[in-house]
Every structure is written in C-alpha cells, then in structure tokens.
Ligand binder design. Structure first.
Ligand code: NAD
Length: 424
C-alpha cells in the first residue's frame, strides 16, 4: 500500500500530537490502510493576508488561515481563534479534533478551524471590526451555511460573529445567520449558546464524579483560563455546590482554599479585563495552579499545558479537558500509567459548544427558535448518550477513555468516507 505524500505545511508540535493520537486510535481499531490517510489529513486550507487600516492612519497586514479537515459527513464546523500564537499547524490540529468531536457526538458536520495571528487586545474596537470583516470577506466562497460554519474560539466573541455574519449577508444580498454560530441572540443566536461549552463541562464533571462516588458539592475545582469556557464552567460548577479554589487567565491566577466568589471575579474581569489584582484570594502562577491539590482540574485555555514535566505532579482526581488538546501524548501516557486520575478527553468534555452551535444553525435554517430549557435539555441528552457510548467502548475494548472517544469519532468518519467511495 502506498503511503501519503505529505508536505510539511502543517508540521508543528501540536499537529504531530494530533497525528499521533490518530495513529494510535487507527492502530487500536485496525483501521484499513487504504482509508487511513484520507481520514487523517485535512481536506483543504486557505491562507490569507488581511490588510487593516489602523486608527493612526497606517496599515497593518495580518495573516489568517482556515483549515477544513473533513467535508464527507456534512458542512465543516469549527471556531475562529484570534491569538498571537496561531500557526497553520495549530489550526489544522484543532480542525482534526473538531472532526472527531462532531462525529463522536453524532452531529452531521465535518471539522474545521480558523485562526488569525493577532493579539486582539492590541486592537481598538474599530480595528477589530475591520479585521473580522476582512477575514470573512476573504473567506467568501470558502465558507457558507452548507459549506463551512464558523463560531467563536479563543480571542473571538459574539460581537465578532455578528460582524462576520453581517459581512457575509451583505455579499449574499440577504440575511444569512446560519453562516456563523455563537451570535448575539438578537441576530439569531441560540439561547444557551454562550454558556453551552462551560455548562456541558460542568454537567459531565458531575456525572463522572458520581461514577467515582464523589459528590460535586464536596469537591474542589481549579480552572486554568477564565474566558468564555472557564468562567461558565466555574459558574455552573459553583452553582452545583463545588468550591472553586483557583482560577487564572494569561496574567496569572487567584487561589483561595476557602472558595472564590465566581460572580465577583467575573464582575471584576468585566470591568478590568483581567484577573490580575482581583482581591478574592492569593496570587498564584498558571503552572502552580495545575499542580494544586483539588478534586477536579479544568484546563480551559490553550493546548499542551499538561506535559511530561508536570503530569507526575498533578494532584487532582478528575482531569476535565475543557480546552482542546491540553495534554501532550507523553503526559497522557504518564497519567494513564499513574491510574489515580480519571480523564474526560477534550472531544467529549467540551463538545457542549458545538452541540449548541448545531442547534443554533438548525434554528437559523428553520427560522424557528427554542427556549433555553429546551436547548439545555437537548444538550444534556446528547452528552449522556455520548458519555455512555464512550464508557461502553472503553469497557468493551479495554481502552483509555481518550482512546475510546477517538476511536468512536474516527471510525464513523472513516466509514462515511468508505461508503461514499472515492471520486473520481
Ligand atoms: P477565551 O478567549 O474566551 O478565553 C481564553 C482564556 O484563557 C482567557 O481567560 C485567557 O486570558 C486565558 N489564557 C490565554 N492564554 C493563557 C495562558 N498562556 N495561560 C493561562 N491562561 C491563558 O477562549 P474560550 O472560548 O474560553 O476557549 C478556551 C478553550 O476552550 C480553547 O482551548 C478553545 O479551543 C476551547 N473551546 C472553546 C469553545 C467555545 O465554545 N468557546 C468550545 C470548545 C472548546
């Protein structure tokens, strides 16, 4: 069998990490050789230059990407990241994980992801609007409600989704809300979307704690990242009675063993934009936070923060991967070897976001809107089903939970490709 001839286009630590996960899963289920490379590698990508007029009269050119990993099972779906550390390889890895995630939870989507190399905090509101609109302008033809649907990720939010929807709609000549999800409710956003990822994380944490015979209201939680996902997970877990003992953002963290007042921390961040100097606890570093003794550790920021260096020093009982790709392959092996930490893998743990994005897309296509309770009930039903299928696969094949989740997601994509056949 000939192997794929693959360029170094995506080569990076994080893309290699996603590829190693794929190879391990493909080996574990003896995936046929002739379908492996087709399933593994991204279908296509677009790299764009984004010239933006600055408030001072100058022009800056930013670089952006969109990677569509799989379009065999539906339009592709995935967030857009604005961050100075974005690379094409990172976007490709994130797109790959989106494919397995959508497949695992049974959504009719392939995976995609986008990114722009920019620190959005260094742009004014009008510069951010120019950048968002220019990105969407460059993507017209490559995205659309039946082609590829964007959503918020690190550094992007509802307002950015609104500008992108408006730009696309102006081009289409009519309002086209289904081209992006995570929009404001007034523009066709879904009830429950803003909190969906964090609420889904909290829901699964409670379920897994129950399986471990631990009560959520007697648990302590440390959360790295206090943006959309981290703060919503903190709110949901504290409303279940858990004690949030540490939270952090890119400026560092706050530690309070007696419990942080999450609403107060959120109000502080809304006003001052960062957690730094919040007086609800002692300052703590991001690296220290990961090693705190706690019941639940929730990485909710960036990839590859749990490594072979700190994995032996983790002191949690449950590791809930709210971020995508927070655990390196080496750390994964070490954690599994330790046997004292349960892990909810990212493709399951943070899938609440894309599930409610799917609901938003459906509501947009039908122009028929659901209430918050209905959205959340449907979300939890899908999460329950996905969790059950992962646990069944884990028991049946004696896999780690990550391997169980990845093999389910990958096998379904591979099967769809096999059934469609190869064109021409
Ligand atoms: P966000 O931009 O709203 O928040 C990111 C948070 O991480 C911020 O608090 C930021 O300060 C912090 N952060 C950034 N760099 C950091 C660093 N080096 N150390 C510590 N903290 C740092 O982004 P988000 O939407 O909450 O996404 C967080 C993670 O969740 C990402 O991995 C994303 O891919 C994943 N995710 C997001 C969604 C969603 O619906 N937004 C869905 C699924 C997965």
């Amino acid at each position: 069998m000939s192997k794929a001839v693959v360029s170094t286009l995506y080569d990076s630590d994080v893309f290699r990490m996603a590829c190693r996960q794929f190879d391990q899963a493909a080996d574990a289920i003896n995936l046929a050789e002739d379908i492996r490379d087709r399933t593994k590698y991204p279908r296509r990508c677009l790299a764009v230059s984004l010239p933006i007029k600055r408030d001072n009269g100058g022009v800056t050119v930013f670089e952006g990407y969109r990677v569509q990993h799989n379009l065999s099972t539906g339009p592709s779906k995935g967030g857009l990241r604005f961050h100075e550390g974005v690379t094409l390889g990172e976007v490709a890895a994130l797109a790959m994980w989106m494919s397995w995630k959508c497949s695992l939870v049974g959504l009719p989507y392939g995976g995609a992801k986008g990114g722009v190399i920019v620190n959005p905090r260094e742009l004014s509101q009008s510069e951010l609007e120019h950048l968002s609109r220019r990105y969407m302008q460059e993507m017209i033809g490559f995205v659309g409600p039946q082609i590829d649907i964007m959503a918020p990720d690190v550094g992007t939010n509802e307002q950015i989704m609104a500008w992108m929807m408006d730009t696309y709609s102006n081009h289409a000549g009519h309002i086209s809300p289904a081209v992006v999800t995570g929009k404001p409710i007034s523009l066709g956003g879904s009830e429950g979307r803003r909190e969906a990822t964090g609420a889904g994380v909290a829901y699964l944490v409670r379920k897994y704690l129950e399986d471990m015979k631990l009560a959520v209201d007697k648990s302590t939680v440390a959360i790295q990242g206090f943006g959309n996902v981290g703060s919503e997970a903190a709110l949901a877990l504290s409303s279940m009675g858990a004690r949030i003992i540490a939270v952090s953002d890119y400026t560092g963290g706050i530690y309070n063993p007696a419990g942080i007042d999450v609403k107060k921390a959120l109000n502080y961040v809304r006003y001052s934009r960062v957690l730094k100097d919040f007086d609800g606890g002692e300052p703590i570093g991001n690296a220290q936070l990961l090693e705190l003794e706690c019941t639940v550790l929730v990485p909710a920021a960036l990839e590859r923060v749990i490594t072979q260096d700190n994995a032996p020093r983790l002191r949690c009982r449950l590791l809930a991967e709210a971020a995508n790709g927070p655990t390196t392959n080496e750390a994964d092996r070490l954690i599994e070897g330790r046997g004292d930490i349960e892990l909810i893998p990212d493709v399951l743990c943070n899938s609440g976001g894309v599930i409610v994005s799917y609901f938003e897309w459906l509501q947009n296509l039908q122009s028929f809107y659901w209430g918050r309770d209905e959205v959340l009930a449907k979300l939890y039903a899908i999460l329950d089903k996905a969790k059950d299928s992962v646990e069944y696969q884990k028991r049946k094949l004696k896999f780690s939970r990550r391997l169980a989740a990845l093999t389910l997601g990958i096998a379904r994509v591979a099967e769809a490709k096999q059934k469609r056949g190869l064109f021409p």
